[in-house]
Design a protein around this ligand. Structure first.
Ligand SMILES: *Cc1c(COP(=O)(O)O)cnc(C)c1O
Length: 395
């Protein structure tokens, strides 16, 4: 009989043979050292730190102070010894950012997805889920044991047709990303709100990538699309534009009281560490105070999208800092990534199963801390992608 390691080695060899083996990319330069001259580090175009807050002195200082004041760890789950005043303060600020009555913190976005969905629906209920939803929502749907129907990406008419016999189910929940993490497009929230309002389905929006980035006040996709007050379950994360780690659900006081009692990933997991909460508090304040960061980010993203389109690359139009450049085969995407890296530009290749077969891509993400010279470097590297590869996917 084969040993564990023999079986796993075969699996890994199969992945490698299909260009699908994953490796971590280790960053070895300390914070703040980013220029090539200083350390030969490639310029990173793959960070979720959209507003440049993970390294912001005020955010780092707030993390340090929270750690000194409250200790390195929170010492327990939220319902035992783990709840600090700091957690409640941040929950209040997040509710204010989202314009809801209350908010509840989770250890990560993944934990929020797998905890909240099964708390809201179960056997005998129906979930409608966008086909490109984040893995945390997909796994939350599976864990819930509700019947899951997947609608074509952004296709509200398809979602509506899948709700035709919705009355048979006890509860109906529609879940969608606000900003889709690998395509950088936004969900058709006004239409989805309309559908949910006419059918009595509940709408949950995971706005991991929109929070702090979209909307006049940085509240996210819900604000950007003008549907404030119409989304009953709003999820956001602290690990992207807010430069920290963790996540939250924002909604009515009743929703939050209920999740505090029923979301297993909230109840049975250690409360987020003081440093992460302190950092996020400082970030939320900067999001409120400095709209110019969002504006600069939107400007950079628009410029880069347009420039890549002019190069003839398959880049969709959009409003977010996530810019997909579809290559097709995983091998092509990997080849492009290596070519760019040789020019000092790091843009991650995204391969199945993260994206559907045949849509492997580079996923460029812009941040407010990219300078004009970084963008010039990236665009010249893209312009030099070898024609044999780039040409195959020109529009
Ligand atoms: C990143 C992401 C998550 C997971 O959040 P973490 O805090 O990193 O676990 C969930 N949903 C979406 C849409 C995301 O992009």
């Amino acid at each position: 009989m084969d040993t564990l390691d023999q079986v796993l080695t075969q699996e890994l060899d199969t992945l490698a043979g299909r260009d699908l083996l994953r490796r971590e990319r280790v960053r070895s330069l300390p914070r703040g050292v980013t220029s090539r001259a200083e350390g030969q580090a490639p310029k990173i175009f793959g960070s979720n730190d959209y507003l440049g807050l993970a390294e912001h002195p005020e955010v780092v200082e707030a993390a340090r102070r929270a750690c000194e004041t409250w200790g390195a760890g929170s010492t327990g789950s939220r319902l035992t010894s783990g709840t600090l005043e700091l957690h409640h303060e941040l929950e209040g600020r997040l509710a204010a950012l989202k314009g809801t009555e209350a908010a509840l913190l989770f250890g990560s976005g993944y934990l929020a997805g797998v905890g909240v969905i099964p708390a809201l629906v179960g056997r005998g209920d129906l979930i409608l889920s966008d086909e490109l939803n984040h893995a945390s929502l997909i796994d939350g749907c599976r864990l819930s044991r509700a019947e899951v129907r997947v609608y074509r990406h952004g296709d509200v008419a398809h979602a509506q047709s899948l709700l035709a016999d919705g009355e048979r189910f006890r509860r109906r929940l529609l879940v969608t990303d606000g900003v889709f993490s690998m395509d950088g497009d936004v969900a058709p929230l006004p239409e989805l709100c309309g559908l949910c309002e006419t059918t009595g389905a509940w709408l949950m929006v995971d706005d991991a990538h929109g929070t702090g980035v979209l909307g006049a006040s940085g509240a996210g996709t819900v604000e950007h699309l003008g549907v404030a007050g119409r989304v009953v379950v709003q999820m956001g994360t602290l690990g992207k534009a807010l430069g920290s780690e963790g996540a939250f659900i924002a909604g009515s006081r009743v929703l939050i009281d209920y999740l505090r009692n029923r979301a297993r990933s909230f109840i049975f997991s250690t409360a987020p560490a003081p440093a992460s909460i302190g950092a996020a508090l400082a970030s939320v304040e900067i999001v409120r105070r400095e709209p110019e960061r969002r504006e600069r980010l939107a400007h950079l993203a628009r410029t880069v999208r347009e420039s890549l389109q002019k190069l003839g690359l398959a880049v969709p139009t959009g409003v977010t800092p996530i810019i997909p450049i579809v290559a097709g085969e995983a091998g092509t995407a990997m080849d492009w990534m290596r070519q760019l890296e040789a020019e000092g530009v790091w843009a991650p290749a995204i391969r199945p199963p993260t994206v559907p077969e045949g849509t492997a891509r580079l996923r460029l993400s812009m941040t407010a801390s990219h300078g004009e010279e970084d963008i010039a470097l990236a665009l010249s590297a893209f312009a030099r992608l070898r024609p044999a590869e780039a040409g195959a996917f020109k529009r």
